[in-house]
Ligand binder design. Sequence first.
Ligand code: SAM
Ligand code: SF4
Length: 329
Amino acid sequence: MRDTYGRQITDLRVSVTDRCNFRCIYCRSAEPENYQPPEHLLTWAEMLRLCRILGTLGIRKIRVTGGEPLVRPGVEDFIAQLSSQGAFEEISITTNGLTLGERAQALKAAGASRVNVSVDSLQAERFDRITRTKGTLRRVLEGIEAAQAVGLNPVKVNAVVVRGFNDDEIVDFAKFAIQRGLVMRFIEFMPLDADHIWDRARVVTAEEIRRTLEAAGLPLEEVPRHYGSETALRYRFAGGLPGEIGLVAPVSEPFCGKCSRIRLTADGKIRTCLFSRLDHDLRGLLRGGATDGDLVDEIEHIIAAKEDGHHINDPDFQPANRTMVFIGG
Ligand code: SAM
Ligand code: SF4
């Protein structure tokens, strides 16, 4: 599957739920629940059908995400069935890690390749403030350990760096990566938050992170990428230290020209860019008796219309019509 700009589409992010047990300040609002009614969400069978069709069209890597994917009952079975379709080189999961300690073994047994765990502070009280929860950091860290122990490696830890919230922890995160031998990924804050606190001044750029680590005596060496379309710029620590750093810089160093991704939302829409102002409904087709051939035609049509890039840096940029928790990060 190639789009009109010649980009090959090989990666699918499937959001299996819009629900979440956290309310991270840069993602969801503190407001009461605004979840979609259950009948709006694709069933597991509907998702599996779409994934099978997308596998025949060239999708090779699937990331299961949300909302918080581990809050939807049956996610292990979904992964097992995806895995048995045999079309995918990698099935990864992005999770906040709260229940990973109890689930890691079953996820691995189901066929998950690896996990990304979001941790935006290593300080317990600050973690509570950012996630609007109480006493959860310890469980998330236990989840990371469990994932490493069962071989969901490399475990990648994601931190969205927001100036004034956690930008003083960049060096601590790097030391955490070295101690635990994991990949620490710093993600630039994007205008996808429900509370609209995003402001360019709050974005801590990849370049700033490189300089901060260097100034702290942790210079980085670039690692060649496996795939041209990888979102993160990869770095090793100089001197052969364990662990790795990833810098995901959609704002300051956009990588749209190499984008290989599409997203399927929990309510059955395809989004061709995080910042799309339009999503493409497949649920109506699925529930209206479409054949596999009809779905293939529609998906090819959607891919052809994938936008050239996100245009965050254009003066007339308009934020996306859905926030991250509804799109699937
Ligand atoms: N609940 C899971 C988690 O937190 O990992 C999966 C879904 S979450 C929406 C996926 C990723 O999006 C997380 O790594 C999160 O940090 C990131 N994210 C959410 N809002 C963001 C924003 N405004 N800018 C950048 N990344 C964001
Ligand atoms: Fe939930 Fe993940 Fe969004 Fe945090 S970033 S509110 S854990 S979906």
